[in-house]
Design a protein around this ligand. Structure first.
Ligand code: NAD
Length: 334
């Protein structure tokens, strides 16, 4: 009898020994690859026999999905699913799910860390420390000016799970909030006691802007570009822990160097990892982290267990959770 097959196209775990043992115990054929940047042909060759595909960052576009004749379920390893064409999958009758409820506190913590690190100019302070020990006297000049965080206005773009957690975490800092989220329900506005505003209002009036909306190619790709940086305060900080392509990093670098905005804290890049000669990586006004907002010992295991639970459900004929598509009828809400 032909065994049912699961393929993991690319992964960030140190190894997949636990998955291998678990699939063995279920008598499932399991293969795993590192095909994040592979060609469509190479990717298709690896997944064409799979009933279930788990994808981290590899791109599943319409052309690739149209070649999947055995696949019933695609699981996006993570929250964002901008690398999977869910409309094409729906037309092909393939269900796509994501794992929306993992690493929420971790990403919020990273955003808060970047906000505070930019506001307190952490990297410049480290440089000042080094200059001071070399000079035998405090060298504070490179750090000036530093502004208090308390009383400032934080603009949150996207008040979903992560944006909402950032909102709650930052309340202890005594800041004010502006929120831009065109899809926020009345109930959620009531829950947070806020009204939403336009992106333009938020950019003009925020001291800190933190991005927590999804990358939607038609809607939020390069949502932050030359025009938006010009709208922001010269003292403003921009933090992005959502998806790299929401911000044009070339024009962000130019805006920082021109003094149009003050600081940036960036965890995500349009090309990952970014090339060593990306100007932003060499910009003293930017703190750049390597797309690991999701990282913690807890979240690493949480997502593995949650993915395995969805595979078990599917194999046992139960309904899978967090469905992004309704096969043949287009994407579902959520
Ligand atoms: N850096 C990392 O390691 C990491 C880890 C997990 C998630 N993420 C990213 O964080 C993003 C947010 O995650 P989440 O769990 O909060 O998602 P979520 O779906 O709970 O929230 C997203 C919010 O953005 C809003 N939104 C949609 N379009 C918008 C627009 N044009 N303008 C403003 N708001 C808009 C939605 O209404 C929603 O409230 C994900 O899309 C994912 O790409 C990054």
């Amino acid at each position: 009898m032909i065994k049912r097959k699961v393929v993991i196209t690319d992964y960030i775990e140190p190894d997949l020994d636990w998955e291998t043992r678990t699939f063995d115990s279920y008598d499932i054929d399991f293969a795993h690859y590192q095909l994040k940047n592979a060609s469509r042909e190479e990717l298709l060759d690896a997944v064409k026999d799979a009933e279930i595909i788990v994808v981290n960052m590899a791109r599943f576009d319409e052309a690739l999905i149209s070649g999947l004749n055995k696949t019933q379920l695609i699981i996006r390893h993570g929250i964002g699913y901008d690398n999977v064409d869910i409309d094409a999958a729906a037309r092909k009758g393939i269900t796509v799910i994501n794992i929306p409820d993992y690493c929420v506190p971790e990403v919020a913590e990273q955003a808060v860390m970047l906000i505070v690190a930019c506001q307190r100019k952490l990297t410049t302070q480290l440089h000042s420390m080094q200059c001071s020990t070399e000079a035998g006297k405090w060298v504070f000049e490179p750090v000036y000016p530093v502004y208090q965080l308390q009383g400032k206005t934080v603009g949150i773009v996207g008040l979903g799970r992560i944006g909402g957690t950032v909102f709650r975490m930052l309340q202890g800092f005594g800041v004010k909030f502006l929120v831009c989220d065109p899809y926020l329900s009345k109930e959620r506005k009531k829950e947070y006691g806020i009204e939403t505003c336009s992106l333009e209002d938020l950019l003009q009036n925020s001291d800190i802007v933190t991005i927590h909306c999804p990358l939607k190619w038609e809607e939020t790709y390069h949502m932050f570009d030359t025009l938006q940086f010009k709208m922001m305060k010269k003292t403003a900080i921009l933090v992005n822990t959502a998806r790299g392509a929401i911000v044009n990093l070339e024009t962000l670098d130019q805006a920082l160097r021109a003094g149009e905005i003050a600081q940036a804290g960036i965890d995500v890049y349009e090309v990952e990892p970014p090339s060593a000669d990306l100007p932003l990586l060499h910009n003293e006004r930017a703190i750049c982290t390597p797309h690991l907002s999701w990282l913690s010992e807890e979240s690493g295991w949480t997502i593995r267990e949650k993915i395995m639970e969805q595979i078990r459900r599917y194999m046992d004929g139960e309904t899978v959770q967090n469905i992004l598509t309704v096969p043949n009828t287009g994407p579902a809400a959520g």
